[in-house]
Write a protein that binds this ligand. Structure first.
Ligand SMILES: CC(C)(COP(=O)(O)OP(=O)(O)OC[C@H]1O[C@@H](n2cnc3c(N)ncnc32)[C@H](O)[C@@H]1OP(=O)(O)O)[C@@H](O)C(=O)NCCC(=O)NCCS
Length: 163
């Protein structure tokens, strides 16, 4: 029997890095002030910027980069192998595709992110499936994810006023 256990293996991280174990993080990097919740997996060569929160049960696969100030909700799944050849690519990494997430991107719980580029200042709704690049900031939701509305800068200030 071959037995591998989850663990933290050869990661690079900045200041104030917090994790809740168990999680499986290997050969990936995190900037300053990042949080990683339990039951997450972050694979080899993933790069995550500063001030990011990776919530529990998320899977961030090889080929993904995430900018600064991002929120990856619970159970978010990234994909690098689209089964282009009608089955998993197996060891043929040349068939894997990359995903680039910009700064200030918040991804709702249980979303699935196919290999795409997402620009800065985007919100992805819970349970969405993102199948295409997003190059205009705003809120997107659904399967496949579509533009819902612009980001409303006023919401936070109105919320503070109500306190
Ligand atoms: C996408 C989201 C940001 C939109 O919020 P909103 O702008 O307040 O949207 P509304 O609730 O007014 O809904 C607008 C429309 O989008 C639809 N919609 C909202 N969220 C959706 C989602 N996740 N997937 C599919 N459709 C969605 C609504 O049904 C509604 O459709 P209608 O116009 O046909 O009635 C929010 O619904 C969401 O999913 N947030 C993610 C939160 C999250 O996962 N947090 C994790 C930490 S707890």
């Amino acid at each position: 029997m071959k037995f591998n256990s989850v663990g933290i293996h050869k990661i690079i991280h900045g200041e104030n890095f917090k994790i809740v174990y168990p999680c499986n993080l290997y050969e990936c990097s995190f900037g300053d002030n990042c949080f990683v919740g339990p039951f997450t997996e972050v694979q080899k060569d993933v790069m995550i910027g500063d001030n990011c929160k990776i919530q529990s049960h998320s899977f961030i696969c090889e080929g993904v980069t995430i900018g600064d100030n991002c929120f990856i909700g619970h159970g978010v799944m990234f994909i690098n192998d689209t089964f282009k050849i009608g089955k998993p690519a197996g060891g043929l990494k040349c068939l894997w595709k990359r995903t680039n997430i910009g700064d200030n991107v918040s991804i709702g719980s249980n979303a699935t992110i196919l290999p795409v580029d997402i620009c800065d200042n985007v919100v992805i709704g819970a349970g969405s499936v993102v199948t295409k690049n997003i190059s205009i900031e705003g809120i997107y939701a659904g399967n496949p994810a579509k533009f819902l509305r612009n980001l409303d800068e006023g919401t936070i200030s109105r919320c503070k006023e109500r306190k």
